[in-house]
Design a protein around this ligand. Structure first.
Ligand code: GLP
Length: 252
């Protein structure tokens, strides 16, 4: 894996934004999947600045959501759809007809997942996938111990993940839905190019396990070691436990 360590959170955001902008400049109709969570907020802020300053356009790109809570409508402020509206779709000029969301309120979740996989396939697969990582090593909502070979599917969330996401539901872990839809690990691993992004000391342990530990369903992100084109963007804190060779990127 190509592991890049940056001096600061803003340098990580700038590095990831560079890569996203370059990918869309080279292939304006690219299929992108971008994550939710605290980590990518700085990336979206950086992309917003570049869109204004550099006239970057996402109008021809396809956007795919990575995961969503079950039973939570897109209008709910805790939904990932609401997050994406707030931080991505208001900042970047994605065309509404090319935004592909997962409907966690669908009456037939299996059919919804199949529909979503069909939409990815019609785009010829994901060109660029950006992932965060959960403290327990999850990617998307593929939790430790899940079946890690399938496509988009419904999962049960672990108590630790519900508590990590409590802020979206008034600070109460018990109000976080117990289930979610997520791109499966095979959906993720079929992406042509993957960027994994992590910042902060709290992520150092799961980053070390994902990049340098054994490939195991106990750490879903460790399956990224089997992909041929993964770039890892870390700040010094997130890289602090790493024992693999890394490239130090010197940016202000
Ligand atoms: C969430 C999401 C993931 C995200 C991860 C890390 O639960 N399902 O897609 O990458 O956890 O989030 P954060 O960046 O807030 O630590």
């Amino acid at each position: 894996m190509d592991v890049r360590v940056f001096e600061s959170v803003s340098a990580v955001a700038s590095g990831v934004a560079d890569t996203i902008v370059r990918a869309v400049a080279e292939a304006p109709g690219a299929a992108l999947a971008l994550p939710t969570g605290r980590t990518p907020r700085a990336i979206y802020e950086e992309l917003r600045r570049r869109r204004e300053a550099e006239r970057v356009s996402f109008a021809r790109a396809h956007f795919f959501e990575i995961d969503e809570f079950v039973g939570v409508p897109a209008s709910h402020p805790g939904s990932f759809a609401a997050y994406l509206r707030r931080y991505v779709f208001t900042a970047l000029d994605f065309d509404a007809s090319r935004i592909h969301l997962l409907d966690g309120t669908a009456s037939d979740l299996a059919a919804e997942c199949a529909r979503f996989e069909g939409a990815i396939a019609r785009c010829g697969g994901l060109d660029l996938l950006v992932l965060g990582i959960g403290m327990n090593g999850h990617i998307g909502f593929n939790e430790p111990g899940d079946t890690l070979t399938g496509p988009t599917h419904a999962v049960s969330l672990l108590a630790s993940t519900r508590s990590d996401n409590a802020a979206l539901f008034g600070g109460r872990a018990g109000d976080v839905p117990a289930r979610a839809l997520t791109m499966g690990v095979s959906t993720l691993l079929r992406a042509a190019r993957i960027l994994l992004v992590a910042t902060g000391r709290a992520k150092a342990d799961c980053v070390e396990k994902a990049l340098a530990g054994p490939i195991t369903a106990r750490v879903p992100a460790s399956l990224l070691q089997t992909h041929r084109a993964v770039e890892v963007y870390l700040d010094r804190d997130a890289a602090s436990l790493l024992r693999v060779p890394v490239a130090l990127v010197d940016r202000p």
